[in-house]
Design a protein around this ligand. Structure first.
Ligand SMILES: NC(=O)c1ccc[n+]([C@@H]2O[C@H](COP(=O)([O-])OP(=O)(O)OC[C@H]3O[C@@H](n4cnc5c(N)ncnc54)[C@H](O)[C@@H]3O)[C@@H](O)[C@H]2O)c1
Ligand SMILES: [Zn+2]
Length: 362
């Protein structure tokens, strides 16, 4: 479903020739962060030396790891560095890292000299199955996350699951939250598979072979398929793409309210459990959906309840950060049952009153 997608153990070491085939360029600019760079940049550069074209010039630009670097200031530094080094139009940007690097490098590529191709090489599970898929790029601003950006589809997306071996377990689990979401919104059999495989995947992160290796590959492939299929049906988020917001309305509010002590995937995990409960209380979801979701989250070592001390009122207030919200109510993507979202006739967004949500949360 994704043009230019290559998925498999060892893809990183073949990246040079894959990139040269998909996005041939005079120069390549690898953008990475200071955690991922020391682990994998050298291997990526070495793969170019083995590629047929060879003798290309390759720049490596490194940003500090973490969300706080996903800003216009970093974008300005990166584009200035590229200009300083005389990187011209006949160049390809390569994003090597998690979603932060992918969003930022994608935005650099979308805007540099009015746009050069980008290749995504995601290195977190979240980036492999979510951030690198769909062509959204951008940076955060003081007013909120991802508020300045562009759509810029990658010329190639190279996914090597074995790089997950070095990813902290907490980050891996956070990525599993999005896989659970993909199952919940689109595929009940997949949902069950992720739930059943989660402990094995966390036990042997980045496995290249054996049952864990096969399970990891299958998970990434199916999640990419689900996300890209939904996105293809609705590239600009006017309809069915909204189902991917499941868990995210309350999740985003909670992520911000926690002062970002919760990882995005952790906040979304809690958001899915709570939104499923809203759907059950509103008689939109079948009984038992919440329990099924909580069981899957639990097996993936993800939280499913509001952390102690979090104020339901504050969460509801924060759901209004979404500019599209009308006074006194917010639209939610809600499940009907596992694998099926509700509200096809309402544009996949179901308005719930603040009073109802507040009551359910407290
Ligand atoms: N564009 C989209 O459609 C989209 C979708 C979802 C999320 N996002 C964005 O993605 C970002 C979150 O992405 P993320 O969760 O990947 O976070 P991240 O990029 O901050 O990576 C998490 C941490 O793991 C480290 N890391 C990455 N790969 C590693 C590896 N293989 N081994 C060891 N450490 C590694 C990173 O250095 C970082 O410290 C957010 O900014 C979010 O807005 C974008
Ligand atoms: Zn998400």
């Amino acid at each position: 479903v994704v043009a230019g997608l290559t998925l498999g153990a060892g893809v990183l070491d073949r990246a040079g020739s894959l990139v040269e085939a998909a996005a041939p360029a005079h120069r390549y600019a690898i953008i990475t962060d200071d955690r991922v760079g020391p682990l994998y940049a050298e291997r990526l550069v070495a793969s170019f030396a083995r590629a047929a074209g060879a003798a290309r010039s390759i720049e490596v630009l490194t940003i500090p790891a973490g969300e706080t670097a996903k800003t216009r200031a970093t974008w300005a530094e990166l584009t200035d560095t590229l200009l300083d080094r005389g990187v011209g139009r006949d160049s390809t940007v390569i994003a090597l890292g998690g979603g932060v690097v992918g969003d930022l490098a994608g935005f650099v590529a979308a805007t540099y000299l009015r746009g050069v191709p980008v290749v995504q090489i995601p290195t977190t599970l979240l980036a492999m199955i979510d951030a690198a898929i769909g062509g959204k790029t951008g940076v955060d601003t003081p007013a909120g996350k991802n508020l300045v950006g562009a759509f810029h589809s990658p010329a190639a997306t190279l996914v090597d699951p074995t790089v997950l071996a070095t990813l902290p377990t907490r980050q891996l689990a956070a990525g599993l939250a999005e896989a659970i979401k993909h199952g919940a919104v689109a595929d009940a059999a997949y949902f069950a598979r992720v739930r059943d495989d989660a402990p094995m995947l966390l036990e042997a992160p980045g496995a290249a072979t054996g049952p864990a290796g096969a399970a990891l590959l299958a998970l990434i492939a199916r999640s990419i398929e689900i996300k890209s299929d939904v996105v293809a049906r609705d590239a600009r988020e006017s309809g069915v793409r909204k189902i991917l917001n499941f868990g995210h309305t309350l999740g985003h509010a909670l992520e911000t309210e926690s002062g970002y002590t919760l990882l995005h995937g952790e906040a979304v995990a809690i958001g899915m459990a709570l939104e499923a409960q809203l759907a059950e209380l509103a008689a939109i979801a079948e009984c038992g959906v919440t329990e099924e979701i909580c069981r899957a989250l639990d097996r993936a070592t993800l939280p499913s309840a509001l952390p102690p001390g979090v104020d339901a009122d504050a969460i509801v207030r924060r759901t209004h950060a979404d500019k599209k919200a009308r006074a006194g109510e917010v639209a939610y993507a809600l499940p009907q049952r596992i694998g099926r979202m509700a509200g096809a006739d309402k544009g996949w967004a179901i308005p719930l009153s603040d009073a109802f949500v507040r009551g359910a949360l407290s």
